[in-house]
Design a protein around this ligand. Structure first.
Ligand code: SF4
Length: 195
């Protein structure tokens, strides 16, 4: 027999960014209006939608997938019978250690054994081009893409870097290059964007 669960769904509608993942996984429970998802048949307190409902195991799984897929963590699910959290997306930071970032602008980055990257943009193609140099000024691999994410995932998947600081540096430069393309600005690697 299928397990039956009495659950509460919580949806913080004001924080929803409207990417519709929840509708993909649980279309019977979420609808869409005015750029936001809405929990169907909800009761509302402040900006939070709630629904208490009895579901079988397969429906619960759909709702859990919807909650886990939400990029901004605004869907939570509670087991009402056993008074426990099934998917808790609220962020708990009460016991977090706070580290204040020091100024590291003068620290030199250590050389990555895989090489170094040259980043440039091709405005006419709306593309970012990254060259991996294993020897000085000799590009061994070119990675061409339209978004930072496409490029850095390709670099990671192909193991073209090996250091955290190098990855962070590359991410920063890719995002700058992307903003330059979007805003029709000049991009010069290692320089601030002239906004
Ligand atoms: S997945 Fe989250 S952010 Fe996306 S529409 Fe649903 S509730 Fe909104």
């Amino acid at each position: 027999m299928k397990q039956i669960n009495r659950i509460r769904i919580k949806h913080e509608v004001n924080k929803c960014v409207g990417n519709k993942n929840c509708l993909l996984y649980a279309p019977d429970y979420f609808s869409f209006s005015k750029q936001k998802a809405q929990l169907q048949n909800n009761y509302k307190k402040a900006n939070v939608e709630y629904r208490d409902i009895t579901v079988n195991h397969s429906e619960l799984k759909k709702l859990m997938k919807a909650a886990y897929s939400c990029p901004v963590n605004v869907i939570s699910i509670y087991d009402l019978k056993n008074n426990r959290i099934i998917v808790d997306n609220s962020i708990h930071s009460e016991s977090a250690i706070e580290l204040f970032a020091d100024n590291h602008s003068k620290d030199r980055m250590k050389f990555d054994k895989t090489g170094y990257f040259l980043v440039k943009i091709k405005k006419e193609m709306k593309q970012i081009e990254v060259g991996l140099c294993r020897k000085r000024n000799i590009v061994a691999v070119k990675i061409i893409g339209k978004t930072p994410e496409d490029i850095y995932k390709t670099i990671i998947n192909n193991k073209l870097l090996s250091r955290f600081d190098h990855a962070a540096y590359l991410g920063k430069e890719l995002q700058k290059a992307y903003i330059a393309l979007q805003q029709d600005l000049n991009y010069v690697q290692d320089d601030e964007l002239d906004m």
